[in-house]
Design a protein around this ligand. Structure first.
Ligand SMILES: Nc1nc2c(ncn2[C@@H]2O[C@H](COP(=O)(O)OP(=O)(O)OP(=O)(O)O)[C@@H](O)[C@H]2O)c(=O)[nH]1
Ligand SMILES: [Mg+2]
Ligand SMILES: [Zn+2]
Length: 359
């Protein structure tokens, strides 16, 4: 059972010390306000997490959907008791508001991030850039999915527009309700690999999941007529095993995606701009009135889109602001995440060269 959900030799090694303590391994498949649901060797089980994890000032210490955990089995109807979260290979982290800002793990251990946006409402390239930067930062591979192609008439033009900011991420147009474009999405799903659906409410995330699953696994909801926004139909996060063997994680719509320490993600997404900056005559060029400024030159001769430049400046300023009020504990957690992500990245590049996933 766990193998179907992505259990690997690497996880087995990480889990060994907990196994020695008599704990069992499971993966969080549902996360909602009241608690968790795990997939275990013996099927599904309700669970709650140790107070030590839940009360940690670091929200990232709490189990999130997609996490592998070590738990203590309890006799039903007592929920299983989550004691430890195994190191995350990847994590999609956003900045959440509340009592002070903090990092929140939206989904853990995902291989592919489907960034879902609808073609029937205003297509916001700037919003997509935020999602792309966060996806790059997470360690997951981003794939942009433009939904409701049946409601748009200039699909090819919109795809081209998005491709221009995607920096090589695949851009797919689909009409899930008619079953169009599903194979292209399915091509990014593999047995034992996990994908997450991310995007605004009403974008069609759950509809896509249902189309891939071949059944109404998740409830879907009509969008509001007056502004074409969704109604926040999905209210919990859930990981679903598809008949094809791929795993897909549905999430509630996110209105705002605030960046959390996504410096590397922003750098990846805007590597073209960073290359331009390197060509400026002065290393500390402010791209304002300095002579020999390659950025201004590119803006003038149309090689750099002004909207893209503005977006880059905005995201970079946001991150710099964040860093100034950085909480040292959060920074430490982030470094830990980076270290494990580095491992994953290495595994991936090996995989690309044909060495298989495990070291
Ligand atoms: N015409 C058309 N409508 C679609 C398509 N995909 C989804 N919809 C509709 O869009 C509405 C919202 O779909 P959902 O799948 O519930 O959206 P969601 O992204 O899961 O929304 P939240 O759960 O609120 O985050 C529903 O009325 C769907 O029927 C499509 O391909 N074409
Ligand atoms: Mg939904
Ligand atoms: Zn410059």
């Amino acid at each position: 059972m766990l193998t179907q959900y992505g259990w690997s030799d690497g996880l087995q090694r990480d889990f060994a010390p907990y196994a020695a303590q008599g704990l069992k391994a499971g993966r969080v498949i549902v996360q909602q306000r009241g608690g968790y649901r795990l997939i275990t060797e013996d099927g599904e089980a309700d669970a709650k997490a140790a107070g030590r994890l839940m009360k940690s000032p670091e929200e990232m210490a709490r189990p999130a959907v997609g996490d592998w955990v070590a738990y203590e089995p309890r006799r039903a109807p007592e929920p299983a008791f989550i004691q430890h979260v195994l190191p995350r290979a990847t994590a999609f982290v956003r900045k959440a508001a509340g009592r002070g800002t903090h990092a929140q793990v939206v989904a853990a251990n995902v291989d592919v991030a489907f960034l879902v946006t609808s073609l029937n409402t205003d297509l916001s390239l700037r919003r997509l850039e935020r999602y792309l930067a966060t996806a790059h930062e997470s360690g997951a591979r981003p794939v942009i999915v433009l939904t409701k192609a049946d409601l748009a008439d200039d699909v090819a033009a919109r795809v081209a527009e998005v491709e221009a900011i995607a920096q090589g991420a695949p851009v797919l147009a689909i009409a899930a309700k008619r079953g169009e474009g599903l194979e292209a999405v399915a091509a990014h799903l593999e047995p034992g690999k996990t994908a997450v659906l991310l995007g605004m409410s009403g974008a069609g995330k759950s509809t896509l999941l249902n189309a891939l699953a071949g059944t109404e696994r998740m409830a879907t909801g009509e969008i509001r007529e007056h502004d074409e926004r969704g109604r926040h139909t999905t209210t919990h996060r859930e990981l679903v095993l598809l008949p094809s063997g791929g795993l897909i994680l549905d999430t509630p719509g996110m209105r705002e995606l605030a960046l959390w320490e996504a410096d590397a993600g922003v750098a990846t997404l805007f590597s073209d701009i960073e290359a331009l900056e390197a060509e400026c005559r002065f290393r500390d060029c402010g791209h304002d009135r300095e002579p020999g400024c390659a950025v201004r030159q590119a803006l003038e001769d149309g090689r750099l889109d002004p909207g893209r430049w503005a977006s880059f400046q905005k995201l970079r300023a946001e991150l710099a602001h964040e860093r100034r009020k950085e909480d040292p504990r959060a920074a430490q957690e982030n470094r830990r995440l980076w270290a494990s992500r580095h491992k994953t990245a290495k595994a991936w590049s090996k995989q690309k060269r044909g060495f298989g996933e495990d070291e």
